[in-house]
Design a protein around this ligand. Sequence first.
Ligand code: PGA
Length: 253
Amino acid sequence: MRKQIAAANWKMNLTYQQAENLIDDLLALPHNLNNNQQVIFGVPFPYLTMVVDKLKGKRNVFVAAQNCYTKMNGAYTGETSIEMLQSIDVNHIIIGHSERREYFNESNEMLAAKVDLCLANNATPIFCCGEPLSVRETNEQDTFVAKQLKESLFHLIAEQIVKVVIAYEPIWAIGTGKTATSQQAQDIQAFIRNEIAKQYSNDIANEISILYGGSVKAANAKEIFGMPDVDGGLVGGASLVATEFNAIINALS
Ligand code: PGA
């Protein structure tokens, strides 16, 4: 059975002290994860070690980096490698968030290389895809997302793709307060699963967790997560507030 996941994406927010407080506040709140549910914290690089330490020994809770470079080590000033992340027990990495695609020119091809590097090192890529508003307005989102999947994921063999977590995030819904309706999320996520089934098999498609991201909050999480092809969420703004994110975690059940 595929995993249900509540993933936080703190982006470039919070000071060290605020980050520490947020984790402490969250840990003090009641949540109950069953074996099939996971929580993942995508936190800024300088806070990874602190968050890893605080979450040590917690069942089904993981820490993710928000990016990594395509090389293992070397003269790449300012970059962080997967080897470095794994040496501090970080084995999940958000790959290809739309903000990285937009502001740092990350292409589908570059993201394919990052996904490969994650999988070659037994790390879990949380691969983001999703269309901008202009594409949604002309109803071409399926074609747009299919191209992202094809160019960054579909070179993988079946044993590899089952290890990828996919996050569908329509760019027009990120940070805008304008959530996709639960039906819009369901429709395109069913499409994504069907593309995977066509490329691999139904069994493979049914094993992959597909998260929805874009203005998920406590008030809408339950309805969105209740859709058959939505296996949880990747949450930005609402993950910065302990009570909000805790309610989102609890909406998994
Ligand atoms: P948001 O961000 O929840 O603030 O819309 C989601 C994301 O970018 O992952």
